[in-house]
Ligand binder design. Structure first.
Ligand code: MF3
Ligand code: CO
Length: 262
């Protein structure tokens, strides 16, 4: 599939989809509490998505059975919500959500600490978000894709993390997954030249230990091979002449973040 440059009309719809997704994340985060099952989180997430007139894009995608991927602790991504998995104090919980609004997709993930988490876990969550922001700073017209990958990688490696290699970011638009594939680790080849109007989902996954991951027998849940904690941070962005416009975050959430670009 060729990489597409979105029309003004498509970009407006992707802004709308992204804004809704940003709100969905904020609302779901507010309700996330110890004692909930991961299925409770999914049910509530689906309800919030539909309250905005959106369709949950993950539900039924290649057979995935839920609207929200809920991945706890050593689970990296694609955790399947379950009534039996109860969230407890000290857990870190990654919520990955996709919505479709008027035919356009938006995709975003956050990792949250529940109750009292270790300082190591807190640092992992913040640094995973930091690696995303380091990466997208390179998302301007004329740059090449590997600049995003290399910026994410060096930010993470400098801080001692393993950068997951078996999963990557992606283009997004009328489909959840479009070209290009956006790796989070160092790339030798320059890759695609970025153009204004491209929309990308950049999504670093960082582990406290090794980058190696494994798939559970449910064929979805990805876990760290060494069972160290993992965090995920993702937004749908628009490439412009001046840099990235983050589509899937509200102004409220963006302002609350400490993004100093260290
Ligand atoms: N953000 C994830 C991705 O881009 C979400 C996909 S989960 C699935 O791969 F359930 F839809 F597969
Ligand atoms: Co994605």
């Amino acid at each position: 599939m060729a990489v597409t440059v979105k029309s003004e009309n498509a970009i407006e719809l992707m802004r709308a989809a992204g804004n809704i997704l940003g709100r969905v994340h904020l609302e779901l985060q507010k309700s996330l509490k110890e004692g909930m099952s991961t299925k409770d989180v999914d049910r509530l997430g689906e309800e919030i998505i539909r309250s905005y007139g959106c369709i949950p894009s993950f539900l039924g995608y290649q057979g995935y059975p839920a609207s929200v991927c809920v991945s706890v602790n050593d689970e990296v991504v694609h955790g399947i919500p379950s009534d039996k998995r109860i969230i407890k104090d000290g857990d870190i919980v990654s919520l990955d959500i996709g919505v479709i609004y008027k035919g356009y997709h938006s995709d975003a993930a956050r990792t949250h600490g529940v109750g009292n988490i270790t300082s190591e876990a807190k640092r992992l969550i913040e640094d995973t978000r930091g690696s995303f922001f380091a990466g997208i700073r390179q998302a301007k017209a004329g740059n090449h894709l590997h600049q995003i990958s290399n910026a994410v990688n060096s930010y993470a490696v400098k801080r001692g993390y393993g950068v997951v290699r078996d999963l990557a970011g992606h283009g997004i638009g009328t489909h959840l997954h479009e070209d290009p594939i956006i790796p989070n680790y160092r790339q030798i080849r320059k890759g695609l030249k970025l153009k204004s109007g491209m929309t990308l989902a950049v999504e670093p996954m960082l582990n406290i230990g090794s980058y190696a991951v494994e798939w559970l027998d449910d064929d979805w849940t990805v876990v760290t091979a060494d069972h160290t904690l993992s965090a995920h941070y993702e937004n749908t962005i628009l490439v412009t002449e001046n840099g990235p416009e983050i589509l899937s975050i509200t102004d409220e959430e963006l302002k609350s973040l400490d993004i100093t670009g260290k």
